[in-house]
Design a protein around this ligand. Structure first.
Ligand SMILES: Nc1nc2c([nH]c(=O)n2[C@H]2C[C@H](O)[C@@H](COP(=O)(O)OP(=O)(O)OP(=O)(O)O)O2)c(=O)[nH]1
Length: 204
């Protein structure tokens, strides 16, 4: 990979995983706001929440929100996971997503976390409806050597068409236990967000 197309501020040691929208410039921004997002993996299942209201409504996502003053991102991630899904988990840092929307002067800096175990029972809240998705058909290389080994054959596969458009580029990497960093710039058309430019890299 050359450094061409690398978003400003990204570590040049990253190994490119995916990029798009190369003909478009990165949106400038002057401020950063800190958010979290947490994904729970249990055996060959991934826990996602269907966002019932607010920003990203009607999309499936991990559990997260704003980092409050005085909190570390890890503390915020644990709090948001508990508030939105009812569970606790030994979260580990998995990656960083810089996310911009057209017309907004600031960037979301999202610290993404994952855990391979949890305690409690995922429970629907005002904001999120949790549900399990099968990872068995979702191998990062498109290998189907994991097909047929699902302990949860009745579960749907990851609903990428109902998730933020960038997730398909980094979530398989997270599932494999690898770290990532990247950026996605979105435009707004009506009430829809359209991804215009993105770059994701693996942290070596
Ligand atoms: N998977 C994924 N998540 C994203 C993207 N962009 C983006 O903001 N998010 C996440 C980060 C946060 O977890 C969530 C936005 O936070 P939120 O809307 O739930 O937070 P909020 O302002 O309601 O704050 P809070 O009340 O929950 O603290 O969406 C994206 O492109 N992919």
């Amino acid at each position: 990979m050359g450094a061409t197309g690398l978003p400003p501020g990204m570590d040049s040691n990253l190994t490119e995983l995916a990029k798009g929208g190369c003909e478009i410039d990165w949106q400038p921004y002057t401020q950063t706001r800190f958010y979290t997002n947490a994904f729970i993996i249990s055996d060959d299942k991934l826990l996602l929440g269907f966002k019932k209201r607010g920003f990203g409504a009607n999309l499936y996502n991990g559990f997260g929100g704003k980092v409050e003053p005085g909190e570390t991102p890890a503390q915020a991630a644990a709090r948001e996971l508990k508030e939105e899904s009812g569970i606790d988990a030994p979260l580990e840092h998995a990656g960083v997503l810089i996310f911009l929307t057209e017309g907004t002067e600031w960037a979301f800096h999202i610290d993404v976390f994952s855990a391979r175990s949890y305690t409690g029972e995922p429970t629907e809240t005002d904001e999120m409806r949790p549900g399990w998705f099968s990872l068995s058909e979702n191998s990062i290389n498109g290998n189907d050597d994991r097909l047929g080994v699902s302990s949860s054959p009745g579960l749907p596969s990851i609903p990428y068409s109902k998730m933020w458009a960038d997730d398909i580029y980094w979530l398989p990497h997270l599932v494999e236990g690898k770290k990532f960093m990247g950026r996605a710039d979105f435009a707004k058309e009506g009430d829809k967000f359209i991804m215009r430019k993105f770059w994701f890299g693996a942290v070596c």
